[in-house]
Design a protein around this ligand. Structure first.
Ligand code: PMV
Length: 330
């Protein structure tokens, strides 16, 4: 039996498209910030008494159909470890599920950590990152804390994440504007594949990301939050242009998303350094220097309720432990 806690991450340079759908090898590199406030804790126990995997999320037992993705992931761990038993998986998600707040990132990172340790595999963080990738692309980066780069690589062994700065020594912070916590209609998996195969702009996106990765790393080296925010904002808008330009076109934006974008821009015009990013859902994340937090919050509460705003500093990498003796397994 093993338990793992992994935090979610928000990309500053987005991953939007796979080269290999089975192995989840991405088309481009990407770069993210791990968040302290949103995380998943998962316990895995391989049990000879079980006749199927049993999965609970937030204390609710999933139907076999709903547990299929978890079971497929556990199958990878069984193959690798030689274990035959089914597993009991209990997961608590401190992230609103499927609202574009990347719950799959923390969920599959935590599952990779707990399942591999429970199966007796002792993987290092790079191997964990590769394993988490098989569950969900963004999970690749959630093994590490702080600012993280996912190298796209070209096969299973070369596609993994690495920290750029695990403990931030400057004030980069994020605030999530919780617009909608309901499940999204187009999953990121479907959405990105539609962009790769039907958007006429997809080739340009690869070039955009290559340039943004370099500019973002330079901005991080300078601890230049306005530059980080600006690059992240433009990168997010270009990613979302791939949804509008797919055939059929679609969008993750709701009218409240546009309201939030306008609120951030208005704050910036009034001299508050803040920037926005959005993922596969309507929620907006705001990037700023923590010394400006009060100004950002007081500006946004003119448009949104205070309880829709969740502040999160940078968060840590994965922790894995044995609950029986509280011993760390990583
Ligand atoms: O790996 P997934 O299916 O969670 O897709 C993540 C896609 C984005 O969140 C929009 C971008 C990213 O890099 O996390």
């Amino acid at each position: 039996m093993a338990t793992a806690k992994a935090h979610t991450n928000i990309a500053l340079v987005k991953y939007w498209g796979k080269k290999d759908q089975q192995l989840i090898i991405p088309q481009t590199n990407s770069l993210s910030l791990t968040l302290d406030e949103f995380y998943t804790t998962t316990r895995v126990n391989f049990d000879p008494g079980l006749t199927a995997d049993q999965v609970t999320i937030n204390h609710k037992l999933l139907s076999p159909a709903a547990a299929r993705r978890t079971s497929a992931f556990l199958e990878l761990v069984r193959q690798r470890s030689g274990r035959q038993q089914f597993a009991r998986v209990d997961s608590i998600n401190h992230v609103p599920t499927a609202a574009g707040l990347a719950s799959s990132a923390s969920a599959f990172a935590a599952l990779a950590g707990a399942a591999s340790a429970a199966a007796g595999l002792s993987l290092d963080r790079r191997e964990l990152s590769r394993l988490a990738r098989r569950g969900s692309g963004s999970a690749t980066r959630s093994i590490f804390g702080g600012l993280v780069e996912w190298h796209r690589g070209h096969d299973d062994s070369t596609s993994f994440a690495e920290p750029i700065m695990e403990k931030l020594d400057f004030g980069l912070e994020m605030l999530a504007i919780m617009i909608n916590t309901k499940k999204k209609k187009v999953t990121s998996r479907q959405g990105m594949q539609a962009s790769v195969t039907t958007s006429p702009y997809y080739a340009s996106w690869r070039e955009v990301v290559a340039a943004d990765m370099q500019a973002m790393k330079d901005a991080i080296n300078r601890r230049d939050i306005p530059a980080i925010g600006h690059i992240a904002e433009e990168n997010a808008l270009r990613m979302h242009a791939l949804t509008l330009s797919a055939d059929p076109g679609y969008t993750y934006f709701s009218s409240a998303t546009l309201t939030a974008i306008q609120a951030v821009r208005a704050l910036r015009e009034n001299g508050v350094g803040c920037y926005f990013t959005m993922d596969a859902g309507p929620n907006v994340k705001v990037i700023y220097d923590r010394q400006d937090r009060d100004q950002v919050i007081s500006g946004l509460t003119q448009t949104f309720d205070r309880d829709q705003l969740v502040v999160s500093p940078a968060g840590p990498g994965i922790q894995i432990w044995n609950e029986n003796n509280n011993q760390s397994l990583l």
